[in-house]
Design a protein around this ligand. Structure first.
Ligand SMILES: *[C@@H]1O[C@H](CO)[C@@H](O)[C@H](O)[C@H]1NC(C)=O
Length: 325
């Protein structure tokens, strides 16, 4: 091994390090969990993995009881979190979470998208994958647009008049950007997104808002993450993908959804102020839909993932299931 192999090129501890030899060392990851294609009597959910395109895949979840009915179910396209550079739809953290949403509802079909990660594949690659996945799902609405690799669960059980998208943290950011794009471009099959949920959405910007610290913005954690995951970002931290309210960003009034649910935690989350601000700006934008802010105290960033059994997590899942019904 050459001595300079140990040289660190990117130091984004506690997320990751990259070395001069090209190795990316992810310091946070939950273990892979397989899907459960058979009816699982303890949670009443079946899941399976599917390939969407050469580098986009997903895990689909169906309430087992749906298999014995002809009812069509609301569809949730879910984007996992992890700062655009960590985790997976197939890992324990997100498998358990999406599984629990479907289990609790017994009436949602969910597609958890496996998009490509930075830094090996910098943004906007993950946004593109996320859009491809969403269009693949909606292409099941109309025989004319059926994909070659169509999925029987979507054909049999998806109600595309009730299409929802959502995500946690970076996934909440992705869901916002999909909603913006769906307001500009048509989704395959002509499907419209009914609602979106953004949990602890990952937004940032070069200038402090509300109670954010104004010192050393460039050295702030979220600014450092953004430079690693989107090194060529036009506008830097004020790229509209990260800061949706800068001049020149797509019109918020054009959000391609009818309703929004935004979850924030007021303590231990540097994304809190942006989440609250997001709701205020959306309300003032002239967008014609309904937006609801749900604020929890003392729980921290993405407590609903890391502490799924606490009262607030159960409360949030109930609200989410109600929102999607
Ligand atoms: C690259 O360097 C790191 C740190 O020294 C090492 O752990 C890793 O195994 C190396 N990878 C390859 C492919 O040589």
């Amino acid at each position: 091994m050459a001595s300079n192999d140990k040289e660190i090129v990117i130091d984004l501890v506690p997320f990751l390090r990259t070395y001069k030899n090209g190795t990316v060392e992810r310091l946070i990851s939950s273990p892979y969990l397989p899907p459960s294609p058979e009816n699982n009597p303890t949670d009443g959910v079946c899941s399976k993995d599917i390939t969407i395109s050469p580098h986009v895949s997903a895990r689909i979840y169906l309430p087992s009881q749906a298999l014995t009915t002809t009812n069509k179910l609301p569809v949730l396209v879910y984007y996992h979190g992890g700062g655009f550079c960590l985790e997976s739809a197939f890992c324990a953290l997100f498998h358990s979470y999406v599984n629990s949403i479907v289990s609790k509802s017994q009436s949602i079909i969910a597609i958890s998208v496996e998009y490509i990660l930075a830094p090996e594949n910098p943004l906007p690659a993950a946004y593109e994958d996320s859009w491809v996945a969403l269009n693949w799902v909606t292409s099941h609405f109309d025989q004319e647009t059926y994909p070659k690799n169509k999925d029987q669960w979507l054909l049999d059980f998806a109600n595309f008049h009730k299409l929802y998208i959502g995500g946690d943290s970076a996934g909440g950011n992705i869901a916002h950007n999909m909603a913006i794009r769906a307001g500009i471009e048509k989704l395959k099959g002509g499907v419209k997104i009914h609602g979106a949920f953004l949990s602890h959405p990952h937004f940032w910007g070069s200038k402090a808002i509300r109670s954010e610290p104004s010192e050393n913005r460039d050295a702030s954690w979220l600014s450092r993450v953004w430079k690693v995951v989107y090194p060529d970002s036009p506008g830097g931290d004020d790229n509209p993908m990260m800061n949706p309210f800068v001049d020149g960003a797509p019109r918020i009034a054009g959000l391609g959804v009818r309703k929004l649910l935004v979850l924030v935690s007021s303590d231990n989350d540097e994304m809190f102020d942006r989440g609250v601000d997001y709701v205020e700006q959306v309300k003032n934008s002239g967008w014609g839909g309904d937006v609801e802010l749900v604020e929890y105290k003392g729980d921290g960033h993405c407590f609903n993932l890391f502490n799924p059994d606490c009262d607030d997590s159960e409360d949030f899942i109930s609200r989410l299931v109600y929102f999607i019904r």
